[in-house]
Design a binder for this molecule. Structure first.
Ligand SMILES: [Ca+2]
Length: 399
């Protein structure tokens, strides 16, 4: 597992790459926050989330995927191994002593999933409360904004569309060419979009986070009221993941929000969409081959359409008053009636999103096709997804 410290303004947590639009689950959610406080992060040498553009982006995979029943069910069906780690206690001591809700959580894990109660009490007795994370999120929650600001895309883009990311992508692609080709064939997802995700999330494993996942999820699950339900669900899934994969739950490190590996999967995403792509019998988010297969599978399961477009630039012939964003839906005719004309051929007769990229000196409009929406399922942010798209194209041109 890589635990190098981030050397760029924003890193990716499941949570966080900068994303411009409010989104949902964590990844995106935390990412937007990072943008505003990136300098502080850098100064502290901490990892954050993936890119988001300014608001709360949803980590699609990372955060986006809420811990839900299906994840739990999948885990329950997986081969169950014994819990790893010699933990044993009658009561929780340490930072989380006297946390009644955590003791209730332990009881639920024992009753629902068959964990040994004393094992979990011992495990949580050595979990650490991450005060920095709580303070950081408290500040971030106050800075969440709505519509992206002028120049927001210019600033967001500059964090990712650089030689460091593109060059690393070219190098990674050459080292893992056969695996990328196999994933592309099997899942119908172009290699460059797998590369684009890994570039934005962790620069191909360069910044996978150095926070113990156990500490991150316990802290956010029981001391972060705004999203406690979500993080308690992720903690549940994390413990299931550790048991099924034969991991000591105190060992994995990730983002401050608990996202793991090259693709910054949250535990619920791991249970639902991670794959063992190198055939060694384990799903290992820190293994490049498994990460490649898992990202491709994530895209395939979220509706990627092979051979279909991602975005189409538009030319605005008059001031645009239409609502923009990844959740908008228009027909091509409606966009044309509003004064927007595709700059190239566009035969998509489906429902189209109208995207707005706020450059420093002008606004740019694009059609977001169904495949663009699929990228946003990884992180619910137009800027995040546009960065993935542009990195994908930039890396592809160099291969
Ligand atoms: Ca594997």
């Amino acid at each position: 597992m890589t635990t190098r410290r981030p050397s760029r303004p924003l890193v990716s947590d499941p949570a966080c790459k900068p994303s411009p639009y409010p989104s949902s689950p964590c990844s995106a959610f935390l990412r937007g926050l990072l943008l505003a406080l990136g300098a502080a992060l850098l100064a502290l040498g901490l990892s954050a989330c993936g890119p988001s553009t300014g608001g709360i982006a949803q980590p699609a995979h990372a955060y986006a995927s809420r811990s839900d029943q299906s994840a739990t069910n999948n885990a329950a069906q997986a081969p169950q191994r014994r819990s790893v780690g010699r933990y044993h206690a009658q009561h929780i001591t340490g930072d989380f002593a006297n946390y009644a809700r955590l003791e209730q959580f332990v009881n639920q894990m024992a009753a629902k999933h068959g964990f040994e109660r004393e094992y979990l009490l011992g495990l949580f007795s050595q979990a650490k409360r991450k005060d920095w994370t709580l303070n950081y999120l408290a500040k971030s929650d106050q800075t969440i904004k709505g519509k992206p600001a002028v120049g927001g895309w210019t600033r967001y883009r500059s964090q990712f569309l650089d030689e460091r990311h593109i060059g690393a992508g070219v190098d990674f692609a050459r080292r893992h060419r056969a695996t990328l080709q196999r994933a592309s064939r099997q899942y119908g997802v172009p290699e460059e979009y797998i590369l684009g995700i890994l570039a934005v999330e962790t620069t191909f494993g360069g910044f996978v986070g150095n926070h113990r996942v156990l500490d991150a999820l316990t802290t956010l699950g029981f001391d972060y009221a705004r999203r406690g339900d979500y993080f308690r669900g992720e903690l549940e899934n994390f413990l299931l993941m550790a048991r099924s994969e034969g991991l000591d739950p105190a060992a994995p490190k990730g983002s401050f929000a608990g996202a793991m590996g090259l693709g910054q999967f949250m535990p619920s995403s791991f249970l639902k969409w991670a794959v063992d792509f190198n055939g060694d019998g384990r799903r290992d988010l820190w293994n490049p081959e498994d990460a490649i297969g898992s990202v491709a599978n994530y895209f395939a399961q979220h509706g990627w359409q092979a051979g279909r477009p991602v975005v189409t630039p538009l030319q605005a012939k008059s001031p645009i008053t239409l609502e923009t964003g990844i959740n908008t839906r228009y027909t091509l005719a409606a966009l044309q009636q509003a004064g927007l004309q595709p700059t190239g051929s566009c035969s998509d007769q489906g429902q189209l999103s109208l995207l707005l990229l706020r450059h420093q000196s002008y606004d740019q409009y694009l059609i977001g096709h169904a495949n663009f929406y699929t990228i946003t399922r990884y992180n619910n942010s137009a800027y995040y997804s546009m960065a993935v798209h542009e990195l994908a194209q930039s890396i592809k041109r160099r291969l």
